[in-house]
Design a binder for this molecule. Structure first.
Ligand code: HEM
Length: 585
């Protein structure tokens, strides 16, 4: 018998007819649905209406600010040529960065009276200002701590570490991290600055003897990368001895992907970017860097917790493509204190930082701490290479640190017994201090500092509405002839105490100022001075390109558009003081 056979016959008359109650309830359901839909439409309409109203209000306020007329609502003030950069790679985007910096510089000439103007970048307005009083209003404001939205594109790489975080997270992190940059801790990093400075001195010897000009930027960058890896993570990557090192390449490539994305608004939405091959590649590379940081952190944590004694070892991690990234972990007995250790101690003692939190801070310091310093040092060498009197005067001052003219230099020109340049010794070099300050004035590594206005503000009598991104244009700030006469001239004497009194404190802020200033400022200055002193002790630099040929471009840091060509000459110490003929090629 089939199962169907046992089913009772369907008696249609037995189907209950809909009761008056159930038909009533479905009516109510329909009614409720209609009401809800109307309510949602109303809320949506009201939201859009309010949004449009506040946009209109914002736009009206923004348009009252000095600034060029917007070409059209889609492009704003962006030049039409920008369209040809859609889909362009990093190399091609370099022209775009150059063009944008030039455009902004051009506008600063037109709107010089109040030193404030607004630009429409597409449909988003930005305000650019460079008057010391206004820069002070922005940077010293304790409630204006949110960065511009461009920083969000750094989140996949740096998470929300100190540079990119906001609000309470930033406040608590900043409080926690400030002691790690205390002067006493800086002392522990001084041997690294000296050793890596010496490696660079050795590297340059070959170059000087070859007589060939070099692009100084990659040489300096390898040195600052070695320094930052050793001081922040306590590992050695040997970038100077192997500039093609896979870790360096990974860091550069991630930086390039970020810049490329920054310049391509179509890449901004995650939903689009991560579907593209470029986005997937970026994610893969970032993941490798993260894995690497976490491996170093966990390794070190193990060592600290189990009090293991480690022999020198190499750790490597696949990059997915090409050779693996490898770093040398020194033996425990040779290991110096690193910034990461301070955070790990806090973590192990039950502090609020997790391993992942330490990871994002380590990545942040690796990112923020090497390119800025590398460009500052490269620009200073370039400026010295055009100003021989300044270089001679600096060399005389640096020589005063050494016992005699031959100390540190053997007869064959190689390093003799090396003298460590200490922080106390550096304090004596007043002219070096002026040279570094003047270098950072003319070529500030960070040319723009962006903040997002959280409320309406009045600046120079103009209202800047809430939500607007405001940029302090550090690059232009220091070109004010009233504050810095002959602003384009490289003249370190303007920073001598007798010449700098009475200057507005916000007229010179290469490290920013106020609550969100550069936490690594003292670290950077000590590193710059020690490495520069080591270089000047051994070499004389001559810049080959005339200043009008070296064009600035504004990437994450202020870079030259073309390589900075420098010729390096060895100083020969025949017990005669430093002077121009006293050098060999
Ligand atoms: C010449 C070298 C350097 C220059 C010119 C420089 C400049 C700056 C500037 C202008 C800012 C503010 C950025 C902003 O508000 O958007 C900043 C922030 C920062 N810098 Fe530096 N920096 C240098 C070196 C370093 C070094 C060596 C480190 C770390 C070892 C470092 C770590 C940071 C961090 C973590 C921040 C974010 C601070 C915060 O938001 O609380 N910087 N730097």
């Amino acid at each position: 018998m089939s199962t169907l056979d046992v089913s009772p016959e369907l008696d249609v008359t037995s189907i209950p007819s809909p009761s008056p109650i159930s038909s009533g309830s479905s009516f109510y359901i329909i009614l409720i649905r209609i009401i809800l839909t109307c309510l949602l439409c109303f809320i949506g309409y009201y939201y859009l209406y309010k949004k449009a109203q506040s946009m209109r209000r914002r736009n009206q306020m923004i348009d009252k600010l000095p600034g060029p007329k917007s070409f059209n609502p889609l492009m704003g003030n962006l030049p039409i040529e920008i369209l040809k950069y859609i889909g362009a790679d990093y190399e091609a985007s370099k022209d775009l960065y150059y063009m944008l910096l030039n455009a902004v510089r051009g506008y600063t000439q037109i709107y010089d009276s109040d030193r404030i103007f607004r630009l429409w970048l597409g449909w988003e307005p930005v305000v650019i200002l460079w008057k010391p009083e206004n820069v002070e209003t922005i940077l010293s404001n304790n409630f204006l701590l949110d960065k511009s939205s461009q920083y969000d594109l750094l989140h996949p790489w740096l998470g929300t570490g100190l540079l990119t975080s906001t609000g309470n997270k930033w406040r608590s992190r900043r409080k926690l991290l400030v002691p790690a940059f205390h002067f006493k801790i800086l002392h522990d990093f001084v041997p690294v600055f000296n050793e890596q400075g010496n490696v660079m001195v050795d590297r340059l010897r070959e170059i000087a003897r070859s007589g060939q000009p070099i692009d100084i930027v990659p040489v300096v960058t390898a040195c600052t990368l070695d320094i930052i890896c050793e001081t922040i993570m306590g590992v050695s990557i040997g970038a100077q001895n192997n500039p093609n090192n896979s870790y360096c390449r990974a860091v550069y490539e991630v930086g390039e992907c970020f810049l490329e994305r920054l310049m391509q608004p179509s890449y901004w939405p995650d939903a689009i970017y991560y579907r593209l091959e470029r986005g997937k590649e970026f994610r893969r590379k970032v993941q490798h860097l993260h894995d690497f940081t976490m491996k170093v952190i966990r390794d070190r944590k193990d060592e600290m917790m189990n009090k293991q004694v480690r022999r020198p070892s190499t750790i490597s991690l696949s990059t997915g493509s090409g050779e693996p990234i490898s770093l040398t972990m020194p033996a425990s007995s040779e290991r110096r204190l690193a910034f990461m250790d301070l955070l790990l101690k806090h973590h192990i003692n039950g502090g609020e930082l997790s391993e992942e939190d330490i990871g994002e801070e380590v990545d942040t310091f690796m990112f923020e701490g090497h390119d800025t310093t590398a460009m500052a040092m490269s620009w200073i060498i370039y400026l010295l290479g055009h100003n021989m009197e300044v270089q001679d005067r600096l060399a005389l001052e640096v020589d005063s640190l050494f016992d005699d003219l031959n100390s540190e230099i053997k007869a064959d020109g190689s390093n003799g017994s090396t003298t460590e340049i200490t922080l106390d010794a550096i304090k004596q070099l007043k002219y070096l201090d002026c040279v570094v300050k003047e270098g950072l004035r003319l070529c500030p590594s960070v040319p723009l500092i962006g903040r997002s206005a959280t409320e309406d503000m009045t600046i120079s009598g103009h209202t800047v509405p809430a939500g607007t991104v405001i940029y302090c244009f550090i690059y232009q700030l220091r070109r004010d002839p009233e504050i810095f006469p002959d602003p384009e001239v490289f003249n370190p004497d303007r920073f001598l105490p007798e010449n700098s009194g009475g200057r507005h404190p916000f007229a010179y802020v290469p490290f920013s100022a106020g609550p969100r200033n550069c936490i690594g400022q003292k670290f950077a200055l000590a590193e710059l001075k020690i490495v520069l002193a080591r270089l000047i002790r051994h070499y004389r630099f001559v810049s080959l390109d005339q200043p009008d040929k070296v064009l600035f471009t504004m990437e994450m840091v202020l870079r030259p558009k073309v390589p900075i060509k420098v010729k390096v000459y060895e100083r020969v110490f025949n017990r005669t003081p430093f002077s121009s003929p006293n050098m060999v090629q």
